[in-house]
Design a protein around this ligand. Structure first.
Ligand code: RIB
Ligand code: CA
Length: 311
């Protein structure tokens, strides 16, 4: 039984790897890719989604969503992802079309069309599109099978401020709305994605595939890694977003705990923080499966196995 998903994304090299993993995995049916402003402005995240789908050789609707957070100015991350947002390899110009229409409408219409409880949302950028859809069409919340998102951090702290992870920091109001919606939610925070570090051997294995997809993933990762190596002194790049897709394919590679997670939206130093009640001291009801651990080797074996099926 394939699982229907919508990927909401701000490519970004790690987003692109997540998209390739999803499109290369028969367990998943990607109903669409909606783009959001985040790592780079919307025009570029959308172009990067088109380039990534073109590289996959698959056909899937791509629909552009919001170009800024619900009610804050956009913060981008060219310092991590490069000016194009997909630096590392030149993929030319998009060869696949962009669907007309609006990404938020696409999310609403798809959830209303598909049988209730059969569509999983996989947001791997700021949560603006998801929150906008829930706000405009509250009826769709009960129709969502699950939300599996990359975002947040607690024991690991933040990556854009000491307290906040980028996806949550860019649009904390959107994140707060999604966390409060009551939807069945799995959170992949920095606590687990910082354990999903690439290695030189893994990159060499990708290059040895001799495929465009293998070369692209290795080149993106090489580019993406330089920032984390300078910042954390870590060898290897954290493959944040692919953790969400790997969870959908092989959940047994991950472990965590259902806890309460609240989003700070007004803190002078802590805006965008995911306040994760891991020890259950708040008395607040659990609203997320907060993932902390990963079978790293199993994760990278899965990635290589699936990327190897692409040209
Ligand atoms: O903090 C990591 C997240 O921010 C990832 O989704 C990365 O692509 C960026 O969007
Ligand atoms: Ca992302």
């Amino acid at each position: 039984m394939t699982r229907k998903i919508i990927i909401d994304t701000d490519p970004g090299q790690d987003d692109a790897v997540a998209i390739l993993l999803a499109l290369a995995s028969p367990e998943l049916e990607v109903l669409g890719i909606t783009t959001v402003a985040g790592n780079v402005p919307l025009a570029l995240t959308t172009r990067n989604a088109q380039l990534t789908v073109g590289l996959s050789g698959r056909e899937v609707p791509i629909v552009a969503g919001r170009d800024r957070p619900l009610n804050r100015p956009l913060v981008t991350a060219e310092y991590v992802h490069g000016q194009t947002g997909l630096d590392g390899i030149d993929l030319g110009v998009p060869q696949v079309p962009l669907n007309p229409g609006d990404g938020v409408d696409f999310i609403i219409d798809t959830l209303r069309r598909e049988p209730e409880g059969t569509v999983t949302l996989v947001p791997i950028g700021p949560l603006t599109n998801i929150a906008a859809a829930f706000e405009r069409a509250p009826d769709i919340v009960a129709r969502v099978q699950q939300v599996v998102l990359m975002g947040g951090g607690y024991f690991e702290g933040g990556n854009v401020t000491p307290a906040a992870e980028f996806n949550i920091y860019v649009d904390p109001e959107a994140a707060a709305l999604v966390l409060a919606s009551g939807v069945d939610l799995v959170m992949m925070p920095l606590d687990v994605t910082h354990k999903a570090l690439t290695s030189a051997d893994w990159l060499a294995g990708l290059r040895a595939l001799g495929t465009r997809a293998g070369e692209a993933v290795a080149s993106w990762t090489d580019f993406f890694e330089r920032y984390d190596r300078e910042k954390y002194g870590s060898a290897g790049a954290p493959l944040h977003d692919p953790c969400t897709i790997a969870y959908l394919i092989r959940p047994e590679l991950f472990s965590g705990r259902r806890i309460n997670v609240e989003i700070e939206t007004e803190g002078r130093y802590t805006t965008g923080m995911t306040v994760a009640d891991w020890w259950g001291v708040s008395g607040r009801a659990p609203n997320a499966l907060f993932i902390r651990d990963i079978d790293r080797d199993g994760f990278f074996d899965l990635l290589t196995e699936r990327i190897a099926t692409l040209d």
